[in-house]
Design a protein. Structure first.
Length: 289
C-alpha cells in the first residue's frame, strides 16, 4: 500500500493545519499516513477526523527529538501511540520546554553575532504551547528587516540555507539539546503503546559505519525499525539501511517528511524511492486496512 509516514503541520514546523495536510496526502494517493509533529500530538485528533473524511488510514504519531553522546539532534518517530496518555503528554511537554530553552540560547548567540531576532512569532508559539525549533528561529531572523542587507550579501533567502550556516553543530549560533536520550525516547513511545522508528538516519549522520553502529545501540534499547526510504537518502544509503533491518528483523518505513507545498525539500507526498524494495510495515498496518 502507498504509505507516507512522516509529515508536519503548524503544530510544529509545517505550513498547514493538520486537516489540510491530510487532504493533500489523500489527493496524492497516500493510503497509510502519519502526522508526526515534533514533540507534540496536538494535531492528531484533527488529523484523525480528516483521515476518516478522506478515506485514509492514519497512525497517531509524534517525532521526538533526542540526544545520543556526540549526536545532539536525532529523531525518533513514535507510531500507533495512545496520543491521550497523560504520562506521554507530560513527557512531551518537558521536551518542548527543553526546546524552548535551547531556542533562547541560540537567539542570544545570534544577537551576539549581530542579527536582530523578531521575538513576536516566537512569543506567539510560546504562549500557545507550541514547539520552538530551528526553523522558527531562522524565520525570526529572516523576517526581520534589519537583517535584510546582511542576509542578501550572505546569500540566505530561506531557512534551508540559514540553518546550516548558523544553527547546526559546529555553526556559530548552535546550542545542543540536553534531553531526552534515544533510549528514553524509545521508552516513552513503548510506554504509550507505540512502535519506535529511527527517522532519516543519513540526514543526521554521514558515515555508513557510524549509522550502522548507532542502529546496533538503538536496537539494544528497543528500537523497532528504521525510516529507510526518504527523499534525501540515495540508493546506497536506503539499501544499506534496508539490508541491516532485514538482518535484525526491523521494520522499514518510507516518508516524504512533508512540511508544506512551498517547502524547498519536503513539499510533496510519495517523494521517496523504494529502489526496488518493499517497505516492511508489519504491525504498523491497521487490522482493518
Amino acid at each position: 500500500m502507498r504509505a507516507d509516514l512522516q509529515s508536519h503541520s503548524r503544530h510544529s514546523d509545517g505550513q498547514l493545519e493538520p486537516a489540510a495536510v491530510v487532504e493533500l496526502a489523500a489527493a496524492a494517493g497516500v493510503e497509510l499516513f502519519a502526522l508526526s509533529d515534533h514533540d507534540t500530538v496536538d494535531g492528531v485528533d484533527e488529523a484523525l477526523a480528516a483521515a476518516q473524511r478522506f478515506g485514509l488510514a492514519l497512525l497517531p504519531a509524534t517525532e521526538i527529538s533526542a540526544v545520543d553522546a556526540d549526536y545532539e539532534d536525532l529523531h525518533v518517530l513514535g507510531y500507533g501511540i495512545n496520543h491521550g496518555d497523560p504520562l506521554l503528554l507530560e513527557r512531551l511537554a518537558g521536551a518542548r520546554a527543553d526546546r524552548e530553552l535551547r531556542a533562547e540560547r541560540m537567539a542570544a548567540k545570534l544577537g551576539e553575532l549581530g542579527f536582530a531576532v523578531d521575538d513576536a512569532p516566537l512569543a506567539a508559539r510560546r504562549s500557545a504551547g507550541k514547539p520552538l525549533g530551528r526553523p522558527h528561529l531562522a524565520a525570526a531572523v529572516l523576517g526581520h528587516p534589519a537583517n535584510a542587507e546582511r542576509l542578501r550579501s550572505e546569500g540566505h533567502e530561506d531557512v534551508s540555507s540559514f540553518i546550516p550556516a548558523y544553527l547546526i553543530p559546529g555553526a556559530p549560533a548552535y546550542s545542543g539539546r540536553t534531553r531526552p536520550t534515544i533510549a528514553q525516547a524509545i521508552g516513552w513511545i513503548h510506554d504509550a503503546g507505540g512502535l519506535a522508528i529511527w527517522a532519516h538516519p543519513f540526514w543526521d549522520i554521514d558515515a555508513d559505519a557510524e549509522v550502522l553502529a548507532a542502529i546496533d545501540r538503538y536496537v539494544a534499547a528497543g528500537l523497532d525499525g528504521i525510516e529507510c526510504f526518504y527523499p534525501t537518502h540515495d540508493e546506497h544509503q536506503a539499501l544499506l539501511l534496508a539490508d541491516r533491518c532485514a538482518k535484525l528483523d526491523l521494520l522499514t518505513t518510507p516518508s516524504s517528511d512533508f512540511h508544506g507545498p512551498g517547502h524547498r525539500l519536503f513539499g510533496s507526498f510519495l517523494a521517496y524511492s523504494l529502489y526496488g524494495r518493499t517497505a516492511q510495515l508489519g504491525a504498523l498496518v491497521p487490522d482493518n486496512v
